[in-house]
Design a protein around this ligand. Structure first.
Ligand SMILES: C[S@@+](CC[C@H](N)C(=O)[O-])C[C@H]1O[C@@H](n2cnc3c(N)ncnc32)[C@H](O)[C@@H]1O
Length: 359
């Protein structure tokens, strides 16, 4: 259920009000997500014909994002997959046999090695990047379209110890999955003739994209006043460990997840200080009358109202508060994945704080 509350009188001048309606009607405008994560928002942005700008601290985000904006053609992907051989003996980490069938794991390790070597030589072209992106997505997830055995969560991977327990408790037989076949199958789904119009639409704006791997409060590559709209969802205090939840994908890229400096303040005052810095940067890159939609979830069972903090941070950076939208959700599939079935723990409401840069 969606409801709205106005924290103050809506502070829009007549010109900014016009800009609000035209922001949603101007193909070609820049939309920026400073905490882009897996890049869902930016893919939607590109599909809507807007130029996607994004930033995230983990290289993983860029590896998931770049090939979805610089999309190769299916024939080139199929040709490259056909030329790859992944069956040769190779060294694999000792921990991973709990997750994958030995034959599947050997293929994963060989594909990983291929990508790392191509990247080191500066030869990782858009087709390789596409294959790597699909592989990263197939690493985690437990239906037959994925490489993994049954795990707890569909999108974040559990620790080696937890996976060992899950595998033992369920007496799981590790399924043999064929890496190249699954990548080709998924690529056909995403790049096949049925998706041609979507792919062409994304290609048309993809060359204007700016995708950064760095901290969001210093996005210097983005020029002053160039962004029409910011849509984002920052880390919610210390609720999720974004780096370690992605350790397996980071391993595939050759990154140590523990070295990714994700912003996860434990205290609200530190979170506000970090977000105020980000809002200052958003103020700089926004054009006059540009908007920010900043989404936060419920934390600490609703005892902390992060939306109030977001309003304070935005206001402190010079933005005018507009409206707070509440999305009150009943039990969801995501709650189920997190093992939450009581509508008490977890993120049961989301709050979207909209503010704007005065003229
Ligand atoms: C709530 S998630 C974003 C989710 C995203 N909307 C999606 O659909 O995947 C927040 C993201 O911000 C990243 N992050 C954390 N601190 C950051 C910082 N200081 N600068 C940039 N990115 C950061 C995290 O790694 C995480 O991917």
């Amino acid at each position: 259920m969606l409801s709205t509350r106005f924290p103050t009188e809506p502070a829009l001048s007549p010109n900014c009000r016009d800009s609000l309606s035209s922001t949603s009607q101007n193909p070609g405008d820049v939309v920026y997500d400073p905490f882009m994560g897996r890049g869902t928002t930016l893919v939607e942005v590109a599909l809507l014909g807007r130029a996607p700008f994004g930033c995230a601290i983990n290289t993983l985000s860029q590896c998931l994002m770049d090939p979805r904006l610089d999309i190769p053609i299916l024939d080139s992907v199929a040709e490259c997959l056909k030329a790859l051989t992944l069956a040769q003996e190779t060294l694999c980490p000792e921990d991973l046999p709990t997750f994958y069938h030995p034959g599947t794991l050997r293929e994963i390790c060989n594909l990983r090695q291929y990508c790392i070597e191509r990247e080191a030589k500066g030869q990782l072209d858009p087709v390789d990047q596409w294959i790597r992106m699909v592989a990263l997505n197939r690493l985690i997830g437990y239906s037959p379209g994925f490489f993994l055995v049954y795990s707890l969560l569909s999108n974040q991977v559990v620790s080696v110890q937890s996976q060992r327990k899950i595998t033992e408790k369920r007496q799981q037989v590790l399924p043999r999955r064929f890496v190249l076949d699954l990548i080709l199958k998924k690529s056909k789904c995403l790049l096949g003739s049925g998706e041609a119009a979507f792919c062409d639409g994304v290609r048309a704006v993809g060359d204007r994209a700016i995708i950064l791997t760095q901290l969001a409060h210093v996005a210097l590559e983005i020029s002053d006043g160039s962004v029409a709209l910011v849509v984002t969802s920052p880390p919610f205090l210390d609720v999720v460990d974004y780096a370690m939840d992605n350790w397996l994908r980071c391993w595939f890229l050759g990154i140590d997840a523990r070295e990714v400096t994700v912003t996860v303040p434990h205290r609200l005052d530190r979170w506000e200080a970090a977000m105020t810095e980000v809002f200052r940067e958003l103020y700089r890159v926004l054009r006059p009358c540009g908007f920010v939609a900043f989404e936060v979830g419920e934390v600490r069972r609703g005892e902390i109202e992060l939306e109030t903090s977001v309003l304070r941070c935005g206001y402190g950076a010079g933005l005018a508060p507009g409206v707070v939208m509440f999305n009150d959700q009943a039990f969801t599939k995501t709650s189920n994945c997190w093992g939450i079935d009581n509508n008490v723990k977890g993120t049961n409401t989301n709050r979207n704080v909209v503010s704007n840069k005065p003229e």
